[in-house]
Design a protein around this ligand. Sequence first.
Ligand SMILES: Cc1ncc(COP(=O)(O)O)c(C=O)c1O
Length: 426
Amino acid sequence: MASSQPGLNRYENDIDHTPNHALAELSLSSKTIHADDYLNVGQDVAPPLHVSTTFRYDRDPNALKVWTELKPGPLPDSHIYSRYTAPNTTRFEAILSDILKGPSLTYSSGLSAFHALLVFLNPKRICIGDGYHGCHGVISIHQKLTGLKKLNLDCDPSELEAGDVVHVETPLNPTGVACNLKAFAEKAHSRGAFLTIDATFGPPPLQDPFLWGADIVMHSGTKYVGGHSDMLCGILAVHPDRAKEGWFGKLFSERQYLGNVMGNMEGWLGVRSVRTLEVRVERQAKNAEALVKWLHESLTSKETWGDHHAVKEVLAKIEHASLQEEDIKEGWLLKQMPNGFGPVFSITMKEQTFARRLPSKLKLFHHATSLGGVESLIEWRTMTDSKVDSRLLRVSVGIEGWEDLRDDLLQGFKALYDEQQEELRA
Ligand SMILES: Cc1ncc(COP(=O)(O)O)c(C=O)c1O
């Protein structure tokens, strides 16, 4: 838990990112467009960009308050220094706090948010599965610093103790497969451990991990919240009950000393981007589901010629939450992801050479790492993650027309097949 070092917790009862109850009934898009209205003090419709790192004190010497008396936070005239708060980031955090349904802080990247989470909870054990390899890199640093012990996600609950962390990423990187959050909440809370969720692959409106027992929800805001592949961002949202116990204020205090805040430009970009979160993510999730359905039909088709056949000749496997038939039948998956399964899926090719060569055949997919932007990406995952099957490609679906994406993939699969046939003939 957070340190009680003097000075460190100075602001913890002052900062206020309480979700704005007046907005509680509004739709997600209405919130992303209006949750920061109360911070809009100028005549600008589009938020102005504030680049200053430091903010003037009152000119009236009698009105001067020393820093321990100042109340930093979302009020527009309350900024002191941008390592604490800054106008654009504060507006962005006001919106995030509303849409994530818990007071939220931003960080310089998803991994720096995860680092801040571990510094704050300082668990003895962390129970974690595969998923994004970078989080395991952060854990290695904590293992060096604190002796943090790593347990498998499916470990026996008796291995956990109060104050430990169960950290679940869902849907998972790189496959797009979803996990049952309620089951993990029961496991963690039965032992007094905390449940932290990396919900990067399932942003609003797809899932709300607080409904299923999360204590802290983390996002790499670099992905869907940013949505345009042009900003790094990490987010921690705290369950409102935990915020009442002082978690949010402590995280805020610690961030001042970790210094891992976003730059002013990112705060501005964040507001610009999050405005369109719902329309982007809905479209991306629908596109992904349509593509997965089409690929799955090809894989299961009996045709011995034509498009389905060409796909089947090169593709071995496809993974995505929409294909978790058992979990859909059991009911938990549709309850936890009622608005779509996430815009990332993975395909495993029959041969490694197909996986290596497919991205260069495509015209609409960039061959690049990361995900969540409006443009579709495909990554031969071996490029950045040595642990995954070297035949696997991760697909991050953008907002293009899904039929265009399907046709692009199809011509790519056909080109691979033709190449192979030529080689066989040679
Ligand atoms: C699931 C997940 N969590 C965390 C991160 C780290 O985010 P960032 O790159 O913003 O540090 C990523 C990055 O790909 C991710 O996919």
